[in-house]
Design a binder for this molecule. Structure first.
Ligand code: NAD
Length: 300
């Protein structure tokens, strides 16, 4: 069924997600601070809004996809915050990856106004956003998730209910912390094998089918040339940026500090990624962590 949807934040992820909603037959009103991002969507049939408040008018669902906590807090609760412009029957879905406490704060303010709100960070990267195969990791009321499900299905494949408000964010950074550890460990093992005379492809296949098998070896090999169509074979272009991984690991570390949780591997992975970013790889895919093990190109 066609819905009226407002979409705020049309960057690498939000742009293709909004585009898939248009393809699914929804009427989509869009807003972004960058005119170029808005123009792309306008060309696909979206209605352009002059400000964020316009994107809230007369919509059943409002989706935001912004960089970080500060942007989400400002958008909803800041000086020109839009929460007061949202009608109570609107379902609000924030897909940004942000701190759980910010999700909870905005959701609590929304609830005071009778507005249902979900945090629904995604996994699957820009490729998943374009192909409508994202995974939505949702925090909030189960009933609100069921209302949003058909919309999520237009943009993704898997939809998980992680728990109450903020739980989507917690599950998301746990997953990304594990991913950073797996990717770094995989890169380390591959370079060790290569330095000892093995072929990276042969070693990858042995480990993939052995007890070291993991997602990086299955679909996202970090060693250049082992797999086609992964960032490692395209000079680490595209994919999931090192800067974004650093941001997500920061969220994990903050949560660990708050709870007194011990996260030695996540902490080490974060420090490796921070040094890697400082060495100029911030805008490269996170599998470029392979480079830190290259004896010919040491980073530090
Ligand atoms: P991006 O920087 O490409 O896009 C963010 C967009 O938000 C920009 O176009 C910016 O102009 C806009 N924006 C910022 N503040 C705004 C405001 N107040 N009003 C309107 N527009 C505003 O970022 P992205 O890669 O699309 O990522 C968005 C979120 O998704 C982040 O939280 C990121 O961590 C998460 N994420 C990204 C990926 C990925 O691979 N890129 C994967 C999963 C999750």
């Amino acid at each position: 069924m066609s819905a009226n949807i407002g979409f705020i934040g049309l960057g690498n992820m939000g742009g293709p997600m909004a585009s898939n909603l248009l393809k699914a037959g929804h009427k989509v009103k869009v807003f972004d601070l960058m005119p170029a991002a808005v123009e792309k969507l306008a060309a696909s049939g979206a209605t352009v809004c002059q400000d964020a408040k316009q994107a809230c008018d007369d919509v059943q669902v409002l989706i935001s996809m912004l960089p970080a906590s500060i942007h989400v807090e400002n958008l909803y609760l800041g000086e020109a915050g839009i929460l007061s412009s949202i009608a109570p029957q609107t379902l609000v879905v924030d897909c940004s990856t942000i701190a759980p406490e910010t999700s909870r704060l905005v959701a609590a303010n929304a609830a005071e106004r009778g507005i249902q709100m979900l945090d629904a960070p995604v996994s699957g990267g820009v490729g998943g956003a374009v192909a409508a195969t994202l995974t939505f990791i949702v925090g909030g009321e189960k009933a609100a998730l069921e209302l949003a499900r058909p919309i999520f299905e237009n943009m993704g494949k898997n939809i998980f209910h992680a728990g109450a408000a903020g739980a989507g964010q917690v599950a998301k950074f746990c997953n990304n912390m594990l991913l950073s550890v797996l990717m770094t460990g995989t890169a380390e093992a591959l370079q060790l094998g290569v330095d000892n005379g093995l072929d990276a492809g042969v070693l990858s296949e042995i480990m993939r089918q052995s007890s070291g098998g993991n997602w990086a070896l299955e679909v996202y090999n970090p060693y250049p040339g082992v797999m086609d169509n992964v960032p490692a074979s395209k000079d680490y272009e595209g994919g999931f940026l090192v800067d974004l991984m650093i941001k997500d690991l920061g969220l994990a570390m903050e949560a660990a500090l708050q709870q007194g949780a011990s996260v030695p591997l996540g902490s080490l992975a974060r420090n490796l990624y921070i040094n890697h970013g400082k060495a100029g790889y911030g805008r490269k895919d996170f599998s470029s962590i392979q480079k830190i093990y290259n004896k010919d190109e040491p980073e530090s």
